[in-house]
Design a protein around this ligand. Structure first.
Ligand code: CP3
Length: 342
C-alpha cells in the first residue's frame, strides 16, 4: 500500500484533487514545532535527535492530514557530516566556516560521518514505522550547486557570488567540490531510501541564478550523475528535482536526468512548462508562499489559478518555495480544503 505521490511518480494518471504537501511543512509557523525545537536546544540538536526529528515530521501530518511527510532535517547536514563547521544562528540563517578558511577541500572528510548521518537514517525508520501507509514519506538532499554556494561563502543570501567566482577562477577546484557532493548525495539518498523513504527530492534553491551554460554544467550534469548513481543501487528510485527559478530548462533537465518529478516555483509559465514537459515529469508546485500569508480572496484566487493552470496534468499541489514562519495556520487549513474541494 502506498500513497498518491507514489502513484503519480510511478507513472499513474492525473489525480483530481491532486495530492498536497508543503515544503518546510514542519517549521516555525507551528507552535508545536517551536516547543520541540526549544526542548532540543538548537536546530541541529533537533536534526540529530531521531525521536524529536520524527515527532516534528509527524506534526503537520497529524494537524493537517497532508498526503506526504518530508523528513525533518536540513540540506546543510551534508557539509556538517563532511566535517565543515555548520551553525544556525537564531534569525540569521546558517553560518559555515567558509571553504577557503578550511584549508580547502583537503580538510573535508572523504566520507559522510556515519554517526551523523546515522541519526538521519534512524529518524527515517522511526517516521516510516509511525506514518500511515497511504501517506508517502519524502527524503531529500540539497543539490550540489546550492550546497556548494553555502560551503564556499559560509552563508546564504546573495553570496552565490563567492561560488560563482570560484567556478570562474578555479574551475577544477569547483568541479571537484561538486563531484564530492555528487558522491556524498548518492550515498545519502540511497541510505534514506533503504531506511524507508518512498521518494526523494533534490533542492536546488539557487539554480535560477545561473546562466544557461552554467545551469547545464552545475545543475543538470551533477543531477544526472546523482539520478544514475542512486538508481544503480535502488532501481526505479523516485526522484523529484526542484531547481528553483529553472523552469525554462525543464525539457533539457528531464531529458538528461530522467527525474520523475519537477518542482516549480510561482514564476514558472505554466503553458511553456506543459508544452516543454510533454507529460513526462510529474509537476509539483507552485503557489507563491506570500499568498498563503495574505489569505482571503487573494489566496483563493491563487489556489484556483494553480489548479486551472495544471488541470489535466499529473500535479502534486505544493508551494513554490517553503512556507514562511509568519504564515497563519488557518490559511494552511483553508488552502488544503480548497485544493480538496471540502
Ligand atoms: O521541508 C521540510 O519541512 C523539511 C525540512 C527542511 C528544512 N530545511 C528545515 C529547516 C528542508 C527540506 C530544508 C531545506 C533547505 N535548507 C534548503 C532548500 C530549500 C529552501 O528552503 O530553499 C535550504 C537552502 C536550507 C538552508 C537553510 N536552513 C536556511 C537558509 C535556513 C535559515 C532560514 C530559515 O528559514 O530559518 C535553514 C534553517 C531551517 N531549515 C529551519 C527549518 C525548519 C528553521 C530553523 C529554526 O527552526 O530556527
Amino acid at each position: 500500500l502506498a500513497g498518491k505521490l507514489v502513484a503519480l511518480l510511478d507513472g499513474g494518471a492525473p489525480l483530481s484533487p491532486p495530492p498536497v504537501w508543503m515544503m518546510r511543512q514542519a517549521g516555525r509557523y507551528l507552535p508545536e514545532y517551536r516547543a520541540v525545537r526549544d526542548q532540543a536546544g538548537s536546530f541541529l540538536n533537533l536534526c540529530f535527535n531521531p525521536e524529536l526529528a520524527a515527532e516534528v515530521t509527524m506534526q503537520p501530518i497529524r494537524r493537517f492530514g497532508f498526503d506526504a511527510a518530508i523528513l525533518f532535517s536540513d540540506i546543510l547536514v551534508v557539509p556538517h557530516a563532511l566535517g565543515q563547521f555548520v551553525a544556525f544562528e537564531a534569525g540569521e540563517g546558517p553560518r559555515l566556516t567558509p571553504l577557503h578558511e578550511l584549508g580547502r577541500l583537503s580538510a573535508l572528510r572523504d566520507e559522510l560521518h556515519a554517526d551523523v548521518v546515522g541519526k538521519v537514517y534512524e529518524a527515517v525508520r522511526l517516521i516510516r514505522a509511525t506514518l500511515p501507509p497511504d501517506v508517502d514519506l519524502l527524503g531529500f538532499c540539497g543539490a550540489p550547486w546550492t550546497v556548494a554556494t553555502y560551503m564556499v561563502a559560509g552563508r546564504g543570501g546573495d553570496d552565490q557570488i563567492a561560488a560563482k567566482l570560484m567556478a570562474a577562477r578555479e574551475p577544477d577546484m569547483f568541479a571537484s567540490l561538486i563531484d564530492r557532493l555528487v558522491d556524498a548525495s548518492i550515498i545519502y539518498l540511497v541510505e534514506q531510501l533503504r531506511a524507508g523513504v518512498d521518494a526523494v527530492q533534490i533542492f536546488d534553491t539557487w539554480a535560477g541564478t545561473l546562466d544557461p551554460a552554467s545551469f547545464e554544467r552545475w545543475v543538470i550534469a551533477p543531477l544526472a550523475k546523482i539520478v544514475a548513481g542512486v538508481r544503480a543501487k535502488v532501481p526505479n528510485a523516485r526522484i523529484i528535482a526542484f531547481p528553483k527559478g529553472g523552469a525554462q530548462h525543464i525539457d533539457k533537465l528531464v531529458s538528461q536526468t530522467a527525474v520523475n518529478g519537477f518542482g516549480l516555483d510561482w514564476t514558472a509559465d505554466s503553458k511553456q512548462v506543459r508544452v516543454a514537459n510533454r507529460g513526462r515529469a510529474v509537476l509539483q508546485g507552485n503557489l507563491d508562499p506570500i499568498t498563503l500569508i495574505a489569505g482571503g480572496k487573494a489566496l483563493d484566487q491563487a489556489i484556483d489559478n494553480v489548479l486551472d493552470n495544471f488541470s489535466g496534468e499529473r500535479l502534486i499541489f505544493n508551494l513554490g518555495h517553503g512556507i514562511r514562519p509568519e504564515t497563519p495556520i488557518e490559511h494552511v487549513e483553508r488552502m488544503i480544503a480548497r485544493v480538496r474541494g471540502t
